[in-house]
Design a protein around this ligand. Structure first.
Ligand code: ADP
Ligand code: MG
Length: 314
């Protein structure tokens, strides 16, 4: 397990980490989801030992690692920029970290071969990395990160530049490798889709604080506040409540009459923007096309998530 305890970090007047405590269990990925500039990379750099927090500690497998230098922490990091060595081939790049640690060429090659096989690059072992596609280069970087058996894996938006299909494959491969090796992993991302697809847990970072940490399904069902719902990309969010799309029933006999603002055809559904007399503009989904300009909308109040009203001070 990787643990952040009471981490604080300020840059001039900006508090980037405000007493962050977070557990990352072994064998699973925790996505840290936050907007641009919210402090995601700062948190990873603190775990990796590249940045010193103003306060707080980091523990790895029960041991405080605050005073251990970055290169001795046994924590691997992966970035969007793969930074492979262009004059080396695939296996040499994957084995680079091992050779830097004094492991001879033949042993290093033997160690990276099963890893290359697992990520589907075995047949390309001798290819120069400059001939590889972006996705293949990311896989070499993944093999390089995992070759020396790290105790934790930190991923800083490594898949952002890849197309959807490649991204999905790599997300799945990382997920399998993290599970097999039983190491804790953090995936930093600004994409709720990526967080939900890849991670077992999601931690939402907003204004230097973790505002919610749970499974993606639990957060989507009951976001803790409007900011949490917005970070997860939820629709129908106001400062007082969240109306899940499944609570909105279009053309329901008991429904109240609403104006249809527009309708968009999705692969298996129609997405409707409607104006509701009580809740204002809402997005709902319906299986069939609605040809009229009005429809009857029933909202299942039991599914609405209400947040405590903001405290007013007088
Ligand atoms: P994210 O990865 O979520 O986009 P970062 O952790 O990189 O955000 O940065 C968070 C905030 O801290 C940003 O406003 C950034 O400008 C600021 N910041 C990051 N590193 C430094 C630094 N070394 N000196 C001053 N400000 C920094
Ligand atoms: Mg960043």
């Amino acid at each position: 397990m990787l643990e952040f305890i009471d981490i604080c970090k300020r840059f001039r007047h900006k508090t980037v980490a405000d007493r962050i405590s977070l557990n990352i269990p072994s064998g699973s990925i925790t996505a840290v989801l936050g907007g641009s500039g919210s402090g995601k990379s700062t948190l990873l750099n603190i775990a990796a030992g590249l940045l010193k927090p103003d306060n707080g500690s980091v523990f790895l497998h029960g041991k405080c690692i605050d005073h251990i230098a970055a290169e001795n922490r046994g924590i691997a990091m992966m970035f969007q920029d793969v930074a492979l060595l262009p004059h080396l081939n695939v296996w040499q790049n994957a084995a680079f970290g091992l050779q830097m640690r004094g492991i001879d060429k033949h042993s290093a090659r033997r160690r990276v071969e099963p890893l290359l096989e697992e990520i589907g690059l075995h047949h390309m072992a001798e290819h120069p990395v400059s001939h590889l596609s972006g996705g293949e280069q990311q896989r070499v970087a993944l093999a390089r990160s995992l070759a020396y058996q790290p105790q934790a894996l930190l991923l800083d938006e490594p898949f952002s530049a890849l197309d959807t299909v490649l991204r999905g494959q790599l997300q799945q491969q990382v997920k399998n490798l993290v599970r097999e090796r039983n190491i804790p992993a953090i995936l930093v991302t600004h994409s709720p889709q990526e967080a939900c697809l890849t991670a077992e847990y999601v931690a939402l970072l907003h204004n230097g604080r973790i505002i919610q940490r749970d499974t993606p399904a639990n957060i989507l069902r009951t976001p803790a506040c409007a900011d949490a719902a917005k970070l997860m990309g939820c629709l129908n969010v106001s400062e007082s409540c969240y109306i899940p799309p499944e609570a909105i029933h279009i053309n329901h006999a008991q429904g109240s009459t609403c104006e249809i603002l527009n309708a968009v055809k999705l692969p298996e559904l129609w997405q409707l923007h409607i104006r509701h007399h009580q809740y204002g503009n809402l997005t709902g989904f319906h299986r069939e096309a609605v040809h009229e300009t009005m429809c009857r909308v029933w909202i299942d109040n039991t599914q609405i998530v209400h947040w405590p009203s903001p405290q007013h001070s007088f």
